[in-house]
Design a protein around this ligand. Sequence first.
Ligand SMILES: Nc1nc2c(c(=O)[nH]1)N[C@H]1C(S)=C(S)[C@@H](COP(=O)(O)OP(=O)(O)OC[C@H]3O[C@@H](n4cnc5c(=O)[nH]c(N)nc54)[C@H](O)[C@@H]3O)O[C@H]1N2
Ligand SMILES: Nc1nc2c(c(=O)[nH]1)N[C@H]1C(S)=C(S)[C@@H](COP(=O)(O)OP(=O)(O)OC[C@H]3O[C@@H](n4cnc5c(=O)[nH]c(N)nc54)[C@H](O)[C@@H]3O)O[C@H]1N2
Ligand SMILES: [Mo]
Length: 783
Amino acid sequence: MPLIHPAARYRPYASASGGWGSAFSVMNILWREQALFKTPLALVRQNKPKGFACVSCAWAKPGNPHALEFCENGAKATAWELTSLRTGPGFFEQHSLSELRQWSDYDLEQHGRLTHPLRYDPDTDRYRTTSWEQAWAEIGEQLRALTPDEVVFYASGRASLEASFMYQLFARAYGTNNLPDSSNMCHESTSVGLQESIGVPVGTVTLADFEHTDCIFFFGQNVGSNSPRMLHPLQEARKRQVPIITFNPIRERGLERFVNPQSVREMLGPESTVISTQYHQVAIGGDTAAITGMAKALLEMERTALANGQASLLDHGFINEHTDGFAAFVAEVDRHGWPELEARSGLSRGALEAAATVYARHERVMVIYGMGMTQHRHGVENVQMLVNFLLMRGNMGKTGAGICPVRGHSNVQGQRTVGITEDPAKVPVEKIESLFNFKVPQHKGRATVDTCGGILDGSVKGFIGLGGNFLRAVPDTDRIEPAWSQLTLNVQVATKLNRSHLLPGQHAWLLPCLGRIEQDVQDGVTQVYSTEDSTGCVHAWQGRSEPAGEQLRAEVAIIAGIAQATLSGSERIPWEDWRRDYAKIRLAISQVYPEIFHDMESRMWAPGGFHRPLPVNQRQWKTETGRARFISPRSLDEDDDVSLRGARDVIQLMTLRSNDQFNTTVYGYDDRFRGVQGTRSVVFMNRNDIVRLGFAAGDWVTLRTAIEPEVRREAGPMQIIAYDIPQGCAAAYYPECNPLVPLWHHAERSKVPAAKSVPIRLSRAQPDAQALKRALPESDQVR
Ligand SMILES: Nc1nc2c(c(=O)[nH]1)N[C@H]1C(S)=C(S)[C@@H](COP(=O)(O)OP(=O)(O)OC[C@H]3O[C@@H](n4cnc5c(=O)[nH]c(N)nc54)[C@H](O)[C@@H]3O)O[C@H]1N2
Ligand SMILES: Nc1nc2c(c(=O)[nH]1)N[C@H]1C(S)=C(S)[C@@H](COP(=O)(O)OP(=O)(O)OC[C@H]3O[C@@H](n4cnc5c(=O)[nH]c(N)nc54)[C@H](O)[C@@H]3O)O[C@H]1N2
Ligand SMILES: [Mo]
């Protein structure tokens, strides 16, 4: 067997993020997608007034955009959608689904855009072309035969406010609140945590706050790969000498140095901007302990100051007037000694005191965070701990300060705002009932984890997917796959082929839709659509590129088609009018949610969009007690109930994204910033752990979940990379590692799968030629 030395494919990345590496990477994908000419034209309009919203991340779209307001990964996402490659009817004549199931995620999507509505034919094991009218009629018939609570309506976070509003209304008029959403795997810990703590489910920071902040804390988010446009305001802040204090187990390149690829001077010159002024490599799951440590340091500084007759360090005026729970929080912090905090956080007292000192010296502090905080068993407490930290010095409801969750999908926050949620208590039921003349079901529906449970036990029989790749994105994928193929009904609205489409169940349709970059013409009139970004701004957009095929339909039209074929019509929902004129959908949205969306039709065109009202910014707290709440964590341990502390062969695995993917969409096999080339089958480990466990860098291993060992959960083979990551911690890629995450291993209350903290054991693997080829797809050595 050929020996593959890791040095051939792993070389630490010495450059800054952005820069020439970024420019080359974009050219590469334009070439591969055969989109060299179309894409650059489209990119000029990306994130611009009268242009289209980037289909990649949810980061804010400024009112005064750069000449080119896009990033490396936004450009990749655009090229991915505008590709000249097609997966048409001929493709499905050639390939059966059992054959396609052997393909990689990369190969499936790389084949290009879906072009025709398809129905699965079990006799030939192939998708066959159907007509839209027939598809809608047959899907309607299937839905009417099922009981509403046996069906779920999944949304992946891209669909516009208009399509999303229609989608949830359809599900509810049909008779269920089963509305799982990608946000159930993502920022639901934020929605639950912030709602309780400060009375809004979303972040409070806007782009303008970046101009006024004087200090930034950054937890568990990989800005260089996952929201690169945010590097611009961060770079601006650094030019004003704003300190940025980062907590992340891995030294992410984008959090260290940045060269703006759109600045000629920076590209040609030697400088790069240092992003993080302090970098703390916290242990996986150690953030609550780290923040407790900083709170402890602050309380100690405060006591010393008061004893010396100096001014108070904490904002007692704010704490007394606006918060509750402070005394209990102080007692909780006092309860923990430094040795315990150091052990749990993996950071020294000195490091935590240094961070706390910077915090104490600044007046306008904001906290930015991502999946490193939410995807833990204590994800909700992690988020609430960030709020506690901010409240100590009144960093809420003041310019330049606040909390900034970095959302994932480009309209995931907006989908929740217009009613995509399993909880009817979160939607204005009375307004919906009186406007549309139907009863909203009163009982809670299923979110993502409950949907998976229902698929496993057979109580979920029908699945409608508005985008996404549910089967690949959810935890415990190897257990769910066989059950997924037992569904009675499986309808997927998609732009490209993915694994969720390949295990079709009894009756399955694959319906191709327009992407957001494409022109959406209904009855001769070009439609516009709207989204809400991570900072709570609502914008209008318009796609202008030529659609990938004549048969494609807009998501709005597809939902209207299925709804009309399913519902009795007694509901008084004007599906056909809405399909013809999206302004009418927006009017309905503004009637159901007037506080947020009044006069939406005119306001959404304002440069930078319009802000949803955030009472927090007026220091009004819509919480249970009418105050902002210090909510003490119940434990410093991220996994207290499954802790395998003391089991020396167990390490904590985080599953994360490379720089060359968008969620389950794999653009390529390089992770430039982490120095990996040509493979995704790697596990990053601390050198001491590698030696201690009897391995060497470059060894092939199988990863096995250590909790609930009676269930066999495995992933691999993967090659070990010796990496700068704390001892006891490891990292590997999502979605390859999803079979390792037990379905029940999720955040309490928010049910976000704890994808950032899975206890695993390693065993030596001997990959055969086929496994090697899968692991190293671009390697000549194994061909
Ligand atoms: N190019 C690109 N852009 C994307 C996406 C994509 O896949 N590709 N996905 C989109 C989506 S849906 C989302 S939700 C976002 C995701 O964006 P991120 O929130 O950045 O998600 P991850 O890549 O999973 O990385 C999480 C980061 O958390 C760190 N981390 C892991 N565990 C811990 C911990 O216990 N504590 C701390 N402090 N840090 C930890 C990891 O080292 C990593 O840097 O990006 C969005 N944008
Ligand atoms: N282990 C582990 N698991 C995770 C995560 C993790 O960090 N670790 N992250 C979680 C997170 S944060 C998220 S958000 C989920 C993501 O879960 P999903 O949102 O379900 O997955 P995506 O990969 O974003 O979906 C990609 C598919 O969407 C379709 N698509 C693309 N554009 C459009 C469009 O405009 N319209 C329609 N209808 N379809 C379109 C394409 O067919 C494409 O194949 O995964 C979660 N799972
Ligand atoms: Mo996400």
